[in-house]
Design a protein. Structure first.
Length: 131
């Protein structure tokens, strides 16, 4: 819900901004909001980390919370993937063309896609070790 409200708000109030500026705005707002939400649910005992994840954390927590510093990295990377997924399906649902119509900077998009996959792999690695 937080994600869709934020995307709708930014898109409604800043429609003339380029996509990359709106995307950065999404991430700059959603990261602290999600970090506070993570701190809240962990400290209330609604969410906890596995023993394997706790071994990787090595006691590096944000202040007196039980949230690891790695969340500062994981949250924006995961949210970037969620935002991309949501924006794609919103376009499909609204019957807007998903295939680019005009000339696109394909090399830049390929590099960004590669970087996104690489960062996602860094996020996933502790989960794979956990399995």
């Amino acid at each position: 819900t937080i994600l869709f409200v934020l995307v709708s708000f930014v898109d409604a109030y800043f429609p003339k901004w380029p996509a990359w500026k709106r995307f950065l705005t999404y991430l700059l707002v959603i990261t602290p909001v999600s970090l506070i939400a993570e701190m809240t649910v962990v400290n209330l005992g609604l969410r906890s980390y596995s023993a394997e994840a706790l071994q990787l954390i090595n006691g590096l927590y944000i202040g007196s919370t039980n949230v690891p510093w790695s969340a500062v990295y994981y949250i924006p990377v995961f949210m970037a993937l969620c935002i991309g997924f949501a924006k794609y399906w919103i376009a499909v649902y609204d019957d807007r063309p998903v295939v680019p119509i005009r000339r696109q900077p394909w090399l830049r998009r390929l590099i960004v896609a590669f970087l996104a996959v690489f960062l996602y792999e860094v996020v996933i690695e502790p989960m794979v070790v956990n399995a």
